[in-house]
Design a protein around this ligand. Structure first.
Ligand SMILES: *Cc1c(COP(=O)(O)O)cnc(C)c1O
Length: 400
């Protein structure tokens, strides 16, 4: 079937929720993917910050093959080894003590909120409200739509579950003012990903964490996008001196298999059997992939490499900013970076890059986001920069 036919079929068959770029991908290796016409692309989208080790990394493919032959699913009625190994890896390498596995980021956040509500009921006289931030993104379930501080996601689905209030990001006072007797937790992203790669001041998270501890409410970090090495440390909180009481993970954890988790400190691990659950959550197959991913990242100190390559990348982006006056900002940490423009040209840039064999993401109408595999090399970054340079030059001097 030709490219047009697949895309035509999709338009006929699907509820139209995605703004897709006109390319049908069939294969990937490392930082590169190929479409159904055999055209090669350098991938700076990385499955939306999922493909930490690039496409089809051999350590993960081998772990999946081996596990698929032994045991794919057993249900959580039984003990299975890959999930226990994965829990141990996560607990040993973070400040958290206990873990629950599920299948998506939204689900991990749902679980974290349920745990915070248990805490409110058991320890805070029934407090239930969660403070989140404007421009945040926490997922697409109804409750996470309520938690997400963006009206455009909420409006179509009102009435939403209550118990959420959102305040200005990067404003400690706003959190303090919003903290009431009914508040049980504050939930933040260390860097807002979907909201536009918004990096807070260095002391923001630390101050909010301190406030939460003073007030006896929970400090929850949604590290779904920032976790697993993306920002240059295994978890972003390490850079901000802001240990969470509960942390959620998903995207980069499993190299593309659907796995997510929330972790809690011992003091707040308040569930009893039957109070939460999952059919697929933490099944042997996905846990084998996540174990292989995490072991590789830790053993090879990938976060350190992310720091180095990220520094190189941001320097090159700054260099572009010097050349093109319509670039208004370069921001981000590690390999979660963004370029902002003074007008809404992101979509046309995405398409122009696509033509030249580079995949990038439009995070806002006027901003591009880069979240390549963590194993990207400086040479591949230079290759992407050179394509961006051409595209930006063409935007400045359009050919009529
Ligand atoms: C992607 C994302 C989610 C939602 O994850 P899904 O797997 O799509 O449900 C939640 N929080 C953050 C910070 C994310 O980046």
């Amino acid at each position: 079937m030709s490219q047009d036919n697949w895309q035509e079929l999709e338009r006929k068959l699907f509820l139209s929720t995605f703004n897709r770029v006109p390319v049908t991908l069939v294969r990937g290796k490392g930082a590169r993917v190929w479409d159904d016409q055999g055209k090669e692309y350098l991938d700076f989208v990385g499955g939306w910050a999922v493909n930490s080790l690039g496409h089809c990394p051999s350590v993960v493919v081998e772990a999946l093959e081996k596990q698929a032959r032994n045991l794919i699913q057993a249900s959580n009625q039984f003990y299975t080894i890959p999930q226990i190994e994965l829990a141990q890896l996560l607990v040993q390498n973070s400040c958290l003590d206990r873990v629950f596995f599920c299948n998506s980021g939204a689900e991990a956040n749902e679980g974290a909120i349920k745990l915070a509500r248990r805490y409110g009921k058991l320890r805070l006289g029934g407090a239930y409200e969660i403070i989140t931030a404007n421009n945040s993104f926490h997922g697409r379930t109804l409750a996470m739509t309520a938690a997400t501080g963006q009206r455009k996601f909420q409006e179509p689905y009102i009435p939403l579950p209550n118990g959420f209030v959102s305040v200005e990001y990067n404003n400690v006072e706003a959190v303090k003012v919003a903290t009431l007797n009914k508040t049980c937790a504050v939930m933040l992203e260390p860097i807002q990903g979907e909201g536009g790669v918004n990096v807070p001041d260095d002391t923001y998270l630390e101050k909010v964490a301190k406030w939460c501890h003073e007030k006896g409410i929970l400090f929850i970090l949604d590290e779904i996008q920032t976790g697993i090495g993306r920002t240059g440390t295994l978890f972003a909180y390490e850079q901000y001196n802001a240990e969470p009481d509960i942390m959620t993970l998903a995207k980069g954890l499993g190299s593309g298999v659907p796995i997510a988790a929330f972790l809690a400190k011992e003091d707040f691990s308040l569930f009893s059997p039957g109070e939460h659950g999952s059919t697929f959550g933490g099944n042997p197959l996905v846990c084998a992939a996540a174990c292989a991913t995490l072991k590789y990242i830790i053993t090879n100190d990938i976060p350190k490499k992310v720091k180095q390559v990220g520094k190189h990348f941001i320097t090159k982006l700054e260099n572009l900013k010097q050349q093109f006056d319509f670039i208004t900002e370069v921001r981000g940490r590690g390999l979660l970076l963004a370029l902002e423009f003074n007008s809404e040209i992101a979509q046309e840039l995405v398409l122009a890059c696509l033509k030249r064999g580079l995949l990038v993401n439009k995070v806002k109408p006027n901003a591009l986001r880069f979240m390549p595999p963590l194993i990207i090399t400086e040479r591949e970054v230079d290759e992407a920069i050179s394509i961006l340079q051409d595209v930006l030059e063409e935007t400045r001097n359009p050919k009529y």
